[in-house]
Design a protein around this ligand. Sequence first.
Ligand SMILES: C[S@@+](CC[C@H](N)C(=O)[O-])C[C@H]1O[C@@H](n2cnc3c(N)ncnc32)[C@H](O)[C@@H]1O
Length: 429
Amino acid sequence: MPKRPNRRSEARLVAARLLEELSHPGCRLDALSSHPEFVGLPLRDRRLVMEIAYGTERWRGRLDFQIQQLSRRPLQKLDRPVLWILRTALYQMDFLRIPHRAAVHQAVQACRRLGKSSAASFVNALLRQWIRKPPDLPQDDSVQSLSIRLSHPQWLVRRYRRRWGPELAIRLLEKNNSLPEGFLWVNPRKASLDWFCRRLQEEGIAYRVHPHLPNCLVVPSSLARHPLYRQGFCFFMDAASQKVACLVPIEGRRCLGDFCSAPGGKALVLASRMEKGARLHCTDLVPARLQSVRSRARLYRLKGLSYSVADWVSGPIFRAAFDFVLADVPCSGLGTLSSNPDIRWKFQEDGFKRMQQRQSRIIENAFAALRPGGELLYSTCSTEPEENEQVVEGFLSRRPSAKRCCEDFRSFPLRHDGQGFYAARIRHI
Ligand SMILES: C[S@@+](CC[C@H](N)C(=O)[O-])C[C@H]1O[C@@H](n2cnc3c(N)ncnc32)[C@H](O)[C@@H]1O
């Protein structure tokens, strides 16, 4: 009888298979955590799949360079599932230091189990060649070398160098490859920050109170498995994203809108800050995503929210109805590469133009929903001017009744807590 695969090798196979599935256009790696195949795994294996999947995407450029050095066939000609088996195996040997023999054996088995037996000897030979002598990585600081060594597409390296200069660009590339810190938002509707911190102390969980953000703690990411987390006492949310949700004083504002609201992080923080009797209307283009905002609001016991599906690119859905509106628009996500490593491979530079067109329509239509005297907060999780300043400047130049309230907010991963976010406050005069 054939030997049953052990659990760890099953997890490794799942990682390679789901990476292949989620690398298709229109898919995102952050869908991994809710993928039925992933959810069905035991906790320990889920951790391993996460580590392999996120690490492999982070270092994909460098892994591909090494595979290409060892393969006579161009990468584009390799069978996709086989390529993902190679990438995950190399990542585990190089970065997770798993024993080489086990990695090779599992990669060969993975080929067979995915119906790719004909590729097994190629995979075996390539990995053994790597074990004998891993190809040297280029050590100079040319765009091409940095793109390989620090695993980013060349256009992004070029862009960083142009914007930030050679030294800062390297530090930013390195930062994008590091693990993001765990910033937690503690839900004031369920517990005070003092109470929550006492609970962590009693259980010996290390934490740090954020010096500037209300209800924010820096904690280990394992807290996501704690019962307090599952019961809606808190959730992980990047420090810069929390900051954006706290930027606008909303005291006295009764009718608020969050028009691109899913998955709901900022909506929940806003709802927790609202005065009694105020209402927050949440919309999103995608019904299932909006449903998840609704479920989260229930879990976090936040009141005063209503919901509707809406497409803010197509036209204004409401007119002169709100006194505060958040338009946290769809964007490239290039400010969040440390938590979304796959974005660097999926987004192309020519995508800015299409993105900017959508963003310009959303800002226009969201502004039309404001009453005179009301305020619009336009925000993105991008550091790139095409999606930020250029959208806002273009809009202000077309709309004389719109005025910037203050200097724009920009977080830069090398200087501030959290990742790269942007926000502009615009008043309807
Ligand atoms: C950056 S995310 C919002 C993040 C959310 N504000 C938060 O803090 O959790 C952008 C959202 O805009 C939604 N979206 C995309 N196109 C849209 C459109 N045309 N109209 C409304 N929402 C849209 C997406 O489905 C996505 O949920």
